[in-house]
Design a protein around this ligand. Structure first.
Ligand code: NAD
Length: 291
């Protein structure tokens, strides 16, 4: 069974990237956020993402047709009404990394969506079993940890919650297939595989900067040029968003009650100061304009 309409909740960094990828795959999107200003910004980000997509494809020597921006945009309905998700045959939730914000959204989704609709949580560290328990359909809830920028990353970490059914995992795989992406399916644990390792690395890199052992450019250069990583940990943190990084490190700290996850004070201070990385124009590095 294919997909006619995918619901995407949260039109931030991840939600816009995902809406773009889904619409580019020829599938309709209902993109939900809390205000018209956020949705206007989302529309601009998606337009910019489509422009960039063409440039990147060309730089890789690919010669396909440019995405028709107007046509892709026509497939996306921008709305502040969670009730519009009733029409979706699959929903991916990408709102702010905060259990207290996510809970009422899942409760509402559970009310408006027909019983069979699968809910995928695109969270950084929140256990999928806990998210499933916010709904009356824990068997139809799975984790789909997309990577940023979504249209360009071919791999997704898929997480099976305690009650997630095999049919739900298969439905998730089918969506990824439609998007030209692959999955590695893992068991549920805070931070899963990728973020349990990545967040600890980013947090430790922030401690190195705080202690004056190296500056951010040096840290990133060492990772790029010693290990062949495409980006260093602090560039990666800026791309993800330092508010999301801090919330994730705090989430791991709470979940494991292990001091190795204590958030770096420099990270806290940067978030309090509004230095959120690329999306605010400045984080560990400075960017031309906010993305
Ligand atoms: P973001 O801050 O860019 O966007 C979050 C969006 O959620 C905002 O537009 C906000 O207005 C919206 N929102 C908040 N409450 C809402 C509600 N009740 N209803 C509808 N929309 C609401 O954050 P992001 O980076 O896109 O992250 C979103 C989720 O994806 C988080 O759980 C994060 O941990 C996860 N994630 C992020 C990355 C990354 O690289 N940034 C990667 C994988 C997963």
């Amino acid at each position: 069974m294919g997909f006619t309409t995918v619901g995407v909740v949260g039109a931030g960094v991840m939600g816009t990237g995902l809406a773009q990828a889904v619409a580019q795959a020829g599938i309709g999107v209902v993109l939900v956020d809390t205000g018209d200003d956020v949705l206007d910004r989302a529309r601009r980000r998606i337009d910019e993402g489509l422009r960039l997509h063409r440039l990147l494809a060309r730089s890789r020597g690919e010669d396909g047709p440019a995405p028709d921006r107007a046509e892709v945009q026509r497939r996306i309905e921008y709305t502040i009404d969670l009730g519009a998700l009733a029409r979706a045959d699959f929903v991916v939730e990408n709102i702010t990394e905060d259990v207290d914000l996510k809970r009422p959204v899942y409760e509402r989704m559970d009310e408006v969506c027909p019983p069979g609709t699968v809910f995928a949580a695109n969270t950084s560290v929140i256990p999928i079993t806990a998210i499933g328990a916010m709904t009356g359909r824990p068997d139809a809830v799975l984790g789909m940890h997309f990577m940023n920028p979504v249209p360009m990353r071919p791999m997704v970490e898929v997480i099976r919650g305690h009650h997630t059914s095999e049919a739900t995992v298969e439905r998730g795989r089918a969506l990824l297939d439609a998007l030209g992406k692959e999955a590695v399916v893992v068991a549920d644990s805070p931070g899963f595989v990728t973020n349990r390792v990545l967040m600890l690395t980013v947090n430790e890199a922030a401690f190195l900067v705080q202690e004056g052992v190296a500056d951010a450019a040096q840290v990133d250069r060492l990772f790029r040029e010693c290990f062949g990583h495409r980006m260093g940990p602090l560039e990666t943190a800026d791309l993800i968003g330092l508010d999301t990084i801090l919330a994730s490190v705090e989430g791991l700290h709470t979940a494991f009650a292990d001091s190795k996850y204590r958030p770096c004070p420099l990270l806290r201070r940067m978030v309090a100061a509004g230095l959120l990385g690329r999306k605010s124009g400045r984080g560990f590095h400075v960017y031309d304009h906010a993305k």
